[in-house]
Write a protein that binds this ligand. Structure first.
Ligand SMILES: C[S@@+](CC[C@H](N)C(=O)[O-])C[C@H]1O[C@@H](n2cnc3c(N)ncnc32)[C@H](O)[C@@H]1O
Length: 231
């Protein structure tokens, strides 16, 4: 029996995913209508979102302070499996929100024999909720959530990293990857959820930069990029 399948964690995740769906319904519907609007193109929408973030990413995410914006259960199970496959004991997460993805990853740490996940989130209320959710899962001892802008809080992650999840402001995936890159061990997994930024994708897909990377056929359309550090 894995920690992920334990009643305590499985029931909590079911409740959190239900909560997330209810709280994010309006946001998801607005995104869907923008995508489906006559004449709209996904590329244009992404360019628009990136431009908005580039002018004020803090302001963009403050508007979503009450939203989960969480990974799907499918992607969560993938996170757990990846962290088990990498035998991860040190994980870094850019964008913790209410801690749903963090629970999947911390459950893997528990089943790998222990370790540490460093999370990052700039909304104080989200940090408090994520910590409460991790405690409710019985996984709080494995997680340090750093409150503040990840461009500062993830400057020093203290040691070799087995897995990096980038799931914060879309436009910051590349700067955050570059911050953590010196700590990635050979073979480390770098998982980009909603990895749409052409600068990020161009970087991880260029073999000269020391990654092998491709989009996963998982939750298609959500831009799930899977890179492995091969340098
Ligand atoms: C897509 S959500 C993360 C969802 C989370 N990984 C999950 O699956 O439950 C992105 C989160 O990143 C946070 N964020 C965005 N940019 C950030 C930054 N520069 N530093 C810290 N947190 C940031 C936002 O406040 C938001 O809560």
């Amino acid at each position: 029996m894995t920690t992920l399948a334990s009643d305590r964690v499985a029931q909590l995740l079911t409740r959190l995913h239900q909560d997330a769906e209810a709280s994010d319904r309006e946001h998801v519907e607005a995104m869907m209508s923008a995508i489906e609007a006559p004449g709209a193109s996904m590329d244009e929408l992404i360019a628009c979102l990136l431009a908005e973030e580039r002018s004020d990413y803090r302001g963009v995410y403050r508007r979503y302070a009450g939203n989960y914006l969480a990974v799907t259960p499918t992607y969560g199970r993938f996170l757990y499996a990846m962290a088990r496959a990498c035998k991860a004991t040190r994980i870094v997460e850019f964008g913790t929100s209410m801690g749903i993805s963090t629970i999947y990853l911390a459950a893997a740490l528990r089943d790998n024999g222990g370790g540490c996940l460093i999370g990052s989130e700039f909304e104080p209320a989200k940090v408090a909720r994520a910590r409460a959710n991790l405690d409710a899962a019985g996984l709080g001892d494995l997680v340090e959530i750093r409150e503040g802008d990840a461009r500062e809080t993830l400057r020093d992650v203290g040691g070799e990293v087995d897995l990096l999840l980038v799931d914060g402001a879309f436009s910051l995936y590349l700067p955050v990857l570059k911050l953590v890159e010196p700590y990635l061990r050979p073979g480390a997994a770098v998982l980009g959820e909603n990895a749409f930024d052409p600068d990020y994708l161009g970087y991880v897909r260029d073999p000269a930069n020391g990654y092998v990377s491709q989009t996963l056929p998982l939750d298609e359309g959500r831009g799930n990029e899977f890179a492995v550090r091969v340098a």
